[in-house]
Ligand binder design. Sequence first.
Ligand SMILES: *[C@@H]1O[C@H](CO)[C@@H](O)[C@H](O)[C@H]1NC(C)=O
Ligand SMILES: *[C@@H]1O[C@H](CO)[C@@H](O)[C@H](O)[C@H]1NC(C)=O
Ligand SMILES: CC(=O)N[C@H]1CO[C@H](CO)[C@@H](O)[C@@H]1O
Length: 531
Amino acid sequence: MQFGLKVILLISAIVVVFARNDVLVETKLGKIRGSILRTVHNNEIKSFRGIRYAQAPVGDKRFKAPVSVAAWGRNILDATKDGFQCPQPFIEHDLMSEDCLCLNVYTRNLRGNKPVIVYIHGGSNYLGSSNSESDVGPDFLMDQDIVLVSINYRLGALGFLSTKTAEAPGNYGFLDQVMALEWVQNHISSFGGNPQSVTIAGQSSGGTAVTLLLASPLSRGLFHKAITMSGSYTNHYHLDSLKWTRKIASELACPLYNPKDIINCLRNVTWEKLIGVNGTFEAYGFSDEEWNYEVDGHFLLDTPTNLFAKGNFHRVPIMAGITKDELTYFFNKQENNTGLLNDISINFDKYAPQLFIFDRIDNAVDTSNRIKKFYLKDKKIQDQPFNNFAVIFSDAIINHGVHRLVELARKYVDVYYYRFDYLGRFSLILDDNDKPRGVGHADDLQYILGTKWFEKKIDSRDSEIFMVDRITRWWASFAKTGVPCDESRVKWLPSNEDNVYTMYNDKDIKLGAEPFSDRYRFWDELFPLKK
Ligand SMILES: *[C@@H]1O[C@H](CO)[C@@H](O)[C@H](O)[C@H]1NC(C)=O
Ligand SMILES: *[C@@H]1O[C@H](CO)[C@@H](O)[C@H](O)[C@H]1NC(C)=O
Ligand SMILES: CC(=O)N[C@H]1CO[C@H](CO)[C@@H](O)[C@@H]1O
């Protein structure tokens, strides 16, 4: 009797615990167990983390397109914690695995037909993840009436290495993103999401990925709106993946020229070794862009700039913008390095092509000289404010690509263009007294994702919570209707064929003309569109 009672109490205790912390969802692939998290305004989030959407890309599957997963039968998949992060430098090895092609789903209600936002993380194509604690926290966006998905994709050499031949055509990380979007089409309705209303969003290299997905024939019909923050491949980048492939091959004592021999050798190297040669591709700590897209005739039929210029992209509403200071203050660590600055000043045309990513063009020397004249007025870097030099990184690596995206896309679709101007208490770029120096690259993310990079995570009583509420409302409204609205009286008008407007997002918001137009005119002339 007593024994029976104990069993009953034990069982009911288990049921209570189960009911409180766990949640089950049934998908076409099988059952998935998730857990409960909370939003910043204390709403409940049903979260399903670490769901594999593609098979482990290991062995013969390395350097190839991903392969989808099969149903797992009657077992319940445990999705109560984040999956492995894709191999990359700077994080603990036991948090990573090549078996990293997973995604996280967050929903408030398993029933419903809510707009879906799929977030693609940044990190220069070699860092970052969908991890709910370190990278893509759901607790701000999930106060809105949406379903959120964040995805992992292969990074670095594992994601983008290319021999420019069939042996290793490149783009694996982007093909992973396409497969994750296919998974969303097939399964998001089980989580209360509407597969007919999917918004892809990303920041930095995640934003550049969004622009590729806009232009790829493979992602047709997989999404319906797009948000890119501080990144667009409609820039002038001239990429040289063979150079990086050979560099990595030589550091691992692999063959250098025959694609088959290179790949056989690189398939036989552990991922730990591959990320160990992340290497000093660019030794001064300025920019670090090496792994990028390939025009492979499959994922991409032409460069993104040419595709957008011809109107060959998915005609969906776009939100695109930059932060006020982007990369301008990131390199101030070199501001007193007079030897280096003197050398760059005297030999500008030898440094500039690599620093500003045009080292494969024919007229690199002339291009360098024009940049020097425009930004430095032919004076030495060290004889003027350092930022006259530093701002070139902002324009070359981020700003002009976004400007060009707006210019090309607005002829066909509504583009909601913004500049994030709000200088909060926390920033990734601080001066000697730990005071924010400017509104830098990724500073806007602290109001959208609440990530670990910032000194403090904003809570519901924080004086800056208004910015979280404003941006997440814009995103949710855009995801739902294609138009970003909030409760303010300033209407955000789109840039279109007739007009260009920029929304300046500071403490107060205001709509105005495009910023930096003299600088953009200079880059437009430096890298003219193909006739
Ligand atoms: C590399 O090849 C050797 C010989 O075939 C094999 O013993 C070894 O396990 C392989 N290493 C990896 C990482 O695949
Ligand atoms: C460069 O020198 C100035 C003046 O001495 C100083 O204020 C600044 O902190 C230095 N910058 C760095 C990165 O050390
Ligand atoms: C040059 C460089 O950045 N090397 C780094 C490669 O990654 C390892 C960690 O995996 C770092 O320790 C190195 O500093």
